[in-house]
Ligand binder design. Structure first.
Ligand SMILES: Nc1nc2c(ncn2[C@@H]2O[C@H](COP(=O)(O)OP(=O)(O)OP(=O)(O)O)[C@@H](O)[C@H]2O)c(=O)[nH]1
Ligand SMILES: [Mg+2]
Length: 464
């Protein structure tokens, strides 16, 4: 029985359903023999084992000797120059579920098994084609929902971050070599370790990790989207604003105050950045049980938001409750939108500003679309333009695994620095350097456990 990684695997690599083309991928030592069994070129020119690397073959998939299943194009990539490092065949067939299952069944009947989620990429990692940081980037790229996420994933996939960490690891390995050599030399009374140089190197590493980790707090919102809650009094036009921002009538809008009860969420992308908009129930004291649950939910959701967009109706005087909410609004993560400026004004942004000078206030009309450009820009600004500029420039956003490893390395480097400065015993120094090194190596995947691989690759789709 061959081991798990010796088996040939196959899966549909394109989304299931009807499509112009579907791609079925096979990887492993049996990929080409299987192809020889189930596929014939139109002119019958290909003999067994004559498959050329990086060539396309046009022909027919057959079940047995006579039944033609589909006209297909097969791409052949031979080991080791393929995505997985193994022999890989990609069969482009017509995009139909029945057809794809038939082809997959043929492949399985001839000795392959179904690939697990991310298994092609896992093999690429195990065969040294990419490291773990790049493997994670593959998943990020597939799941990217904003232009900036795509760019960051692309950069990480190209190896920029891996190279940075590999360089740090190499420098540390050199230092470890010197420390260990000194352990031997000291018995012979010769000492070659330059402690000052070691201190300054460790300090540089700490700074470099500090730079990488500087905006690690952005990791969660950058990946999952900034949570934007649209809150405010009933009937202010929150759902109308929500619908206009997402570009469809997702939330119910009526002139009845208290229309929205549940929290409704939809993603939007502004300036290449992902936001998750949340429409909530209008804030007011109410005897209606369902509405009051909605109001509580709105308050909780607003409490957890990255940005609160507080909407008021410009055509109505502000209630005392709304005024007291405005007084309590946290200006660093919220701003006020005066809506319905197409109607005669009771409240204007200018007048509100004199009463609440610390708040950022803009005005819009859902009816005319006025002010929506500014609304979107204000959303981006309230999550921090500087931070976004930094991401756009550096194109690095660490994931939580890398953050915890590099935070750990940074803390240990601080103690390393002290130990070198205090001329600690060489054995201790070697131990401390080795600890940091092992964190770098876990980051890139030079060291790994099966559990770690499972947790990373199970997040992938089947066929990748
Ligand atoms: N003239 C005008 N009417 C608007 C505007 N925005 C919303 N409305 C109207 O205001 C009413 C309330 O709008 P909604 O979007 O349901 O308000 P809401 O804040 O979600 O209300 P609740 O869910 O009940 O808290 C509806 O009749 C909308 O058509 C606007 O910019 N101008
Ligand atoms: Mg509503």
């Amino acid at each position: 029985m061959p081991g798990e990684h010796d088996q040939t695997i196959a899966a549909l690599s394109t989304p299931p359903g009807e499509s112009g083309i579907a791609v079925v991928r096979i990887s492993g030592s049996h990929a080409l023999p299987i192809l020889s069994t189930i596929f014939r070129t139109k002119d019958g020119s290909i003999g067994k084992d004559a498959w050329e690397h990086r060539r396309l073959y046009h022909g027919v998939i057959y079940d047995g000797a006579s039944e033609a299943i589909d006209d297909v194009i097969c791409a052949v990539m031979r080991s080791p120059e393929s995505y997985t490092g193994e022999d890989v065949v990609e069969i482009s067939c017509h995009g139909n579920t029945l057809l794809v299952s038939r082809i997959l069944r043929l492949i399985f009947d001839n000795g392959a098994r179904s690939a697990e989620p991310g298994e092609f990429t896992k093999r690429a990692f195990l065969n040294g084609k990419i490291d773990l940081i790049q493997a994670e980037a593959v998943s990020d790229l597939i799941h990217a929902k904003s232009e900036l996420q795509r760019k960051v994933a692309r950069e990480q996939l190209s190896g920029t971050l891996s190279n940075r960490i590999n360089r740090l690891a190499e420098e540390l390995l050199d230092l470890l070599g010197i420390v260990e050599a000194n352990i031997d030399f000291i018995e012979e009374g010769i000492e070659t370790l330059d402690f000052d140089a070691a201190v300054s190197m460790v300090k540089t590493h700490r700074q470099e990790l500090g730079d990488l980790l500087e905006w690690s707090s952005l990791s969660r919102p950058f990946r999952e989207g900034y949570r934007v809650v649209i809150a405010g009094p009933v009937n202010a036009g929150k759902s109308s604003i929500f619908n206009r921002l997402i570009g469809e009538n997702r939330a119910i809008v009526t002139e009845v105050p208290g229309t929205t009860r549940d929290v409704i969420r939809e993603p939007i992308v502004v300036d290449g950045l992902l936001f998750v908009l949340q429409d909530t129930a209008g804030l007011r004291g109410t005897r209606d049980l369902v509405e009051s649950i909605g109001v509580d939910l709105a308050e909780t959701t607003a409490g957890e938001a990255d940005v609160v967009v507080f909407v008021v109706d410009g055509s109505e005087p502000l209630s005392t409750e709304t005024c007291s909410r405005l007084e309590r609004l946290e200006s660093d993560r919220s701003f006020v939108v005066v809506n319905k400026i197409d109607l005669p004004a009771e409240v204007t942004a200018g007048r509100l500003k004199t009463t609440y000078p610390r708040l950022r206030i803009i005005s819009v009309s859902v009816e005319t679309g006025d002010g929506f450009g500014e609304l979107k820009q204000t959303l981006v600004e309230s999550v921090g333009r500087d931070q976004l500029n930094w991401i756009a420039r550096e194109r690095v956003v660490l994931n939580s695994r890398l953050i915890s490893l590099l935070e750990g390395a940074k803390t240990r480097l601080a103690s390393c620095e002290k130990s070198f400065a205090g001329r600690a015993p060489l054995e201790i120094l070697a131990l401390e350097v080795r600890e940091v090194l092992s964190l770098y190596e876990t980051a890139t995947g030079k060291r790994y456990t099966d559990d770690l691989l499972d947790s990373i690759f199970s997040r992938f789709c089947i066929g990748k």
